[in-house]
Design a protein around this ligand. Structure first.
Ligand SMILES: [Mg+2]
Length: 194
């Protein structure tokens, strides 16, 4: 854990992402990094308390929580974690002739929903700029197989999940990684589908 923390920088605003070189590629997670659902963690804790009464197995608990999570996200609009900071980062990327790609563990079949969620938070992007791992491979492996980073002079990866950061660091030690720990993000450790 300590090694990962040393190999990534914790940030609470996208303003703290340092883009120094021209032609920089920024790979950014979506859930609990750009988007979040305020209040859902406390609701989740309530659900866990209720479910504990039924003495469910770990797998059953995880499935029920996942179902609840999906239902909650279906019924509520996401909010941006840091709209102003994100806008500043976008401007910074543009001024360095860089590129932003989203990389999410969501499934590709959720593309229209994902675009809608981003738009609800004021984020607009092209279809091809969202990459989906379908939660079947790590983000490091996904980048290795699907994104040609060699055409960029610098690459930055931003995610709230330490395990995804580790998967990137392990394969691409040259990539600068940031762990997004937005002060108002309410999902770290609970985002079963992120
Ligand atoms: Mg995430």
């Amino acid at each position: 854990m300590l090694v990962i923390i040393m190999m990534s920088k914790q940030i609470s605003s996208f303003r703290d992402v340092q883009i120094i070189k021209n032609n920089t590629l920024v790979l950014c997670d979506i859930d609990d990094t750009v988007l979040h659902y305020p209040g859902w963690k406390s609701r989740c804790l309530d659900i866990i308390k209720d479910l504990q009464l039924f003495q469910l197995s770990k797998e059953e608990l995880k499935k029920d929580l996942n179902d609840f999570c999906n239902m909650y996200k279906h019924m509520h609009k996401p909010e941006h974690t840091d709209y102003d900071g994100f806008s500043a980062m976008l401007q910074n990327i543009q001024s360095h002739q860089g590129k932003l790609l989203f990389i999410t563990a969501r499934c590709k079949v959720s593309h229209e929903t994902t675009k809608k969620h981003l738009m609800q938070a004021g984020v607009y992007c092209d279809d091809q700029d969202i990459h989906y791992t379908d939660n079947i491979i790590s983000k490091g492996e996904y980048i290795q197989k699907n994104i040609d980073i060699s055409q960029f002079d610098d690459v930055i990866f931003i995610d709230d999940y330490v395990s995804y950061i580790k998967s990137v660091v392990d394969i691409f030690p040259q990539i600068t990684c940031y762990q997004f720990c937005g002060s108002n993000v309410d999902g770290d450790g609970w985002s079963l589908s992120s």
